[in-house]
Design a protein around this ligand. Sequence first.
Ligand code: FRU
Length: 489
Amino acid sequence: DADQHAWRPRYHFSPKRHWMNDPNGLVHFDGEYHLYYQYNPQGDDWGNISWGHAVSTDLTHWQELPVAIPATDRLMAFSGSIVVDHANRGGFAPAGATVPALVAFFTGFDPGTKIQSQHLAFSLDRGRTFTPYAGNPVLDIGSTEFRDPKVFWHEPTQRFVMLVVVALEQQVWFYTSRNLVEWTRVSTFGPAGSADGNIWEVPELFALSVDDDPTRKRWVLIVSVNHGSLWGGSGVQYFIGDFDGTRFVADDAQPPTLWADHGRDFYAPIMFANMPDERVLWLGWCSNWEYARELPTQPWRGQQSAPRELSLVTTPRGLRLRQRMAAEMKALVGPEPLFTARENSAHMTAASLAQAGIQGRQLMVRLRALRAGLDSPIGLELLKGAGESVKVGFDPERNSFFINRSCAAPRFKGQSERHDAQRLSNANEIEIEAWIDGSLIEVLADGGSVALTDLVYARPDASCLGLFHGAAATVSLLEVHAMQATLCS
Ligand code: FRU
């Protein structure tokens, strides 16, 4: 019906039908990007967890393929990662084969015993189908909370590294291997960061360049934290530090808790392995365990963020994660802006925007305004309809960016909220980039040093765009673009 049509993301991936949570095994291989994901092939609630599969050649148009790793009666396939075994160290490719094996690591969950252990399965057909390794599990500590293996090749030590969470202990256990099947435990990280009572999930680790200098790299350890994150429910924490192939050591200087995204709906992000270039790109599940199973969509439930490029940036508050939209996303941004205004009083800009009557639920909006002289919040009214809207803005009093989704009709627990993120820059010009897609809003502010991702289920006819502001505000730029839909039918 109209609601579902309006809420369905058109340029973010969502499965045609049924339940989806975490992205899994993101990998580039032979000209294709693979997006596997936690999927219930039988219904729109969590269960029968399998690895669903979609593929893209450009990171923007996704084609859904048959389930890659199906659940069986005795084993669900929980989250994990994929490594391309170029040197055939695992011996899964037949001797003399020119095509390497894609080796998927996932947590096998036994619904009877509830034991979680690490399994592998390999693909010799470009990631379409996977054969379970006969010696599974490759790691089993008899635990019911041991999951989400991240495996990668560490060149300096010539070994594979695996990170696995021991969820209730708030720990990441590190293992190494030379052949992908025999693993030796080498170190432990955690507990660290956010409050007690949380569990850790989906660890991720990568090196990022600092201030766009490819010769300066630092390691970043990601843990997705369930319950008690920033606004309650699930969220993503990170630590900056060093990794020597064995041990991750976090810098002393950083605040105890750094959040990757300050909205409510960004979880379990992982990076694409085996990239054809030096970029680190990730995407995450846009939802929150606190209400994921109640979201009002059907026949699908779950959507992924757009791919974002990661780096580290020096801010007046220290080193921080920066997220910018992957360059590929530019191909979807309409070439001619629907609306442009420069160097004007906010009052005049708002008036001409209102006159232009811009409508759309697939938009990219960039707003730049001067901080000096701002005496009240300034920002965008998105998905605006009779008596409702979503506000995305900057609040000079709190020095924060925010999404306020409380002004749209509440459709799930948690929608009546405002989410703030401290501004990190001291520059006079503030910048908000908002990517709107039906029911999904990704905000990357101040060049990506602040990220806020939220879901909102506005009425299907709520599609206008407005500008709110105080008396003295100056807008240096307001640019509105239509986003091209990529949904294939
Ligand atoms: C994270 C998570 C993982 C687990 C998967 C199960 O959202 O809870 O820890 O492997 O989802 O679907």
